[in-house]
Unconditional design. Structure first.
Length: 162
């Protein structure tokens, strides 16, 4: 964080109609989850970051398996939780296809027009970005189909053994 503060997009995928963004707004960290432009869930640090290096993290624990379930998000600065919030649901499928995955800038539409206007270029220095994806969680319907197929295969094997 430079002297005098910074703001701008750290990382975003999606935009006005669905997606997320992790950014600094007046030197405060913000994570916005845009749920198909019907609802926005927002996590925000109350204090501006002081000059120096910082680690800004957002961690989401999904309530799945299944599609569109909710979860709990935690926004952290330097390992300290600054905001925790739950959302009853998430976007059930893919993000908007006409948007992009951007680092340090938002090249398409913003996830929250009330906060910023693209390109919202980050005015500090972003030294490293790490994105960790958890294990995929197949929808409940697929799990049920797999179970049904395994049961059918077992029945078939038993009938052939007779």
């Amino acid at each position: 964080m430079p002297q005098g503060g910074a703001e701008g997009m750290l990382v975003t995928e999606g935009g006005r109609f669905a997606g997320y963004g992790l950014y600094l707004l007046q030197s405060r960290p913000v994570f916005t989850l845009n749920l198909l432009d019907m609802e926005r869930v927002r996590w925000e640090g109350k204090e501006p970051l002081v000059p120096g290096k910082h680690r800004v993290e957002f961690d989401c624990t999904y309530d799945g398996p299944g599609i569109g379930k909710g979860g709990t998000g935690v926004l952290k600065v330097d390992g300290t939780t600054v905001d925790t919030r739950t959302t009853p649901h998430t976007v059930p499928f893919i993000q908007s296809e006409d948007e992009t995955f951007d680092v340090g800038v938002d090249t398409r539409t913003g996830v929250n027009d009330a906060d910023y206007a693209p390109p919202f270029r980050f005015t500090g220095t972003l030294e490293k970005l790490t994105v960790k994806l958890g294990p995929p969680q197949p929808p409940t319907e697929i799990l049920e189909m797999e179970k049904w197929l395994m049961e059918r295969a077992a029945q078939f094997q038993r009938s052939r053994a007779k």
